[in-house]
Design a protein around this ligand. Structure first.
Ligand SMILES: [Zn+2]
Length: 529
């Protein structure tokens, strides 16, 4: 596995921004659902790097539990070997989707085991973990218990298959003691969950009354033993959720040091999660942390599902979309990494469910990338080539585009602050549309070379410079390509993602006097095949 750990946390005085994806269960290869949350997290972190924050982005894999033990048995492998065969597929997928993470945690690592046991012991010592008999309805593929009301015709609502009746002695976490404390905490932190309607669901759930939940099993062995009773294996939630702190070194003695990663990074700014795991992340997890004397997360950003044909994608229903097929350069039906990233970020407001279709993917690609951004760059480079000897002129300080640029910048900043990438991109694209309209009004391609054409082209180049910065979190390769073609490297700024918002997106910084390169179309139009 490629080790991309690069805690870039040595930026003195910069605010820390720590974000996480869920850790992905290694019983399946990376699919669209995994890619969706991870791309949103990556783009959000890239945005915060532009803001000058000291960013730490964590992802990883969840490798314990009955389901993995069963899958390993079926494959005729020890479970560790099975996990070792799947985990790199996630790291490779993130590499190919340009996910820039700082750490990748695997729950089979020692640092994780140490941290899980420390967290369990802290809750146990606080009297919140006690032994009891569990009787319940259990779905093995979900690794989750259900109550009658959750079931559909007696079946798991996700897998549409019968659940098992299970009775065993378990340790329980006394979640029922935390209802009032959680409600008080949420009342004190009103913006903690975005979008806000997801917050309302969480509050409603807590108000219904919380049940203790089981935290151990004796029915399988593939996992982390409880530190005080090693017949019991830690059940999924303590094992999985604690990755967010174990990756920061919570299990190590030096985690109390104010200079430690844990001390500097916790609480997390955002856990990016899908709506199906809200209850565990927004109710169980903060209660577990409170019990251990650790501050709850500062924020959660809850996404909906990208449905395929109206259904949640799953191995069982067979409607799995492999994102790597769609970004494969050799696939004539592919749209490239940035075409795919742009689609998943722009198509669906974060929080709502979206419906993934190939027609939608190609439609977005053609409309926003080929026709709007690609066309703007191409016509600017063509006109500069023909009318300005290929040298980009300076923008005008009082261009009619200044207002559109200012609005785009302000709106993009505010939408990213709400974790709404689709709206942030919509705001950025308003500047692209305004610039295309400005060119159509002025028709520089019809005019004689001279100061009037120079002014229009300088303004358009400045708009492209601003767009490249604002769009770089979503489409990093394309943004860099635009940056290079408009001559910014020659202008002394090698990397678009080294720029800062808002200082570098203020109007008027295109240097002029640099070579503009036309090149091949960034986004050749695609036909629906
Ligand atoms: Zn299920």
């Amino acid at each position: 596995m490629v080790d991309r750990r690069q805690d870039s946390s040595s930026v003195p005085g910069s605010p820390s921004f720590y974000a996480t994806t869920p850790i992905y269960y290694v019983n399946a290869k990376p699919h669209l659902g995994h890619a969706y949350t991870t791309i949103v997290g990556d783009a959000l972190c890239r945005w915060h790097r532009l803001l000058g924050d000291d960013v730490h982005f964590l992802t990883g894999t969840d490798e314990h539990g009955l389901k993995i033990q069963q899958a390993a048995d079926a494959a005729g492998m020890p479970p560790q070997q099975f996990a070792d065969s799947i985990a790199p597929l996630f790291a490779d997928a993130w590499e190919r989707l340009d996910i820039r993470y700082d750490d990748f945690i695997r729950t089979t690592e020692d640092r994780h085991r140490r941290g899980v046991q420390k967290l369990l012991q802290a809750c146990y010592d606080n009297g919140d973990i006690e032994v009891d008999t569990y009787r319940g309805l259990y779905c093995v593929p979900c690794e989750a218990y259900y109550v009658e009301d959750d079931l559909e015709n007696g079946n798991c609502p996700i897998h549409k298959k019968p659940v098992d009746h299970v009775e065993e002695e378990n340790y329980f976490f006394r979640l029922s003691r935390y209802g009032d404390r959680l409600l008080q905490w949420y009342a004190d932190h009103p913006g903690a969950i975005v979008p806000d309607y997801r917050m309302n669901e969480v509050i409603g759930f807590i108000k219904q009354g919380l049940l203790d939940f089981s935290i151990s099993r004796t029915s399988f062995s593939w996992g982390i033993p409880l530190p005080w009773d090693d017949k019991h294996i830690t059940y999924v939630w303590f094992d999985a959720l604690s990755n967010y702190i174990t990756a920061l070194g919570y299990g190590d003695p030096e985690s109390q040091d104010p200079e430690s990663l844990f001390h500097r990074r916790w609480p997390v700014n955002y856990h990016l999660i899908g709506k199906d795991i809200v209850r565990f992340h927004c109710v169980y997890w903060p209660a577990m942390l409170m019990s251990a004397g650790i501050e709850p997360p500062a924020g959660w950003a809850v996404g909906g599902w990208l449905l395929v044909g109206g259904e949640k994608m799953s191995k069982t229903t067979g409607n799995v979309v492999n994102p790597l097929d769609l970004v494969d350069e050799n696939n004539p039906e592919g749209v490239g990494v940035d075409g795919f990233r742009y689609y998943v970020l722009a198509e669906t407001p974060y929080g709502a469910d979206g419906d993934f279709t190939y027609e939608g993917l190609v439609g977005r690609y053609n409309a926003d990338l080929a026709n709007n951004l690609g066309n703007l760059l191409s016509r600017v480079a063509t006109v500069v080539g023909k009318k300005c000897d290929g040298v980009g002129p300076k923008p005008s300080p009082d261009s009619p585009l200044t207002a559109a640029a200012k609005n785009a910048v302000e709106e993009t900043i505010s939408r990213w602050a709400d974790v709404q990438p689709s709206r942030a991109l919509e705001a950025t694209w308003q500047l692209i549309r305004a610039t295309n309209a400005y060119l159509e009004t002025n028709e520089p391609w019809k005019a004689e070379p001279g100061p009037a054409v120079d002014t229009v082209m300088g303004d358009a180049l400045e708009a492209l410079r601003i767009v490249a910065i604002l769009a770089s979190p979503a489409i990093p390769r394309t943004a860099q390509a635009v940056w290079e073609r408009i001559g910014m490297v020659e202008g002394g700024q090698a990397r678009v993602d080294d720029r800062r918002v808002p200082v570098d997106v203020a109007w008027g910084q295109y240097p002029g006097g640099v070579n503009v390169v036309k090149g091949d179309p960034l986004f050749p139009r695609r036909n629906i095949s």
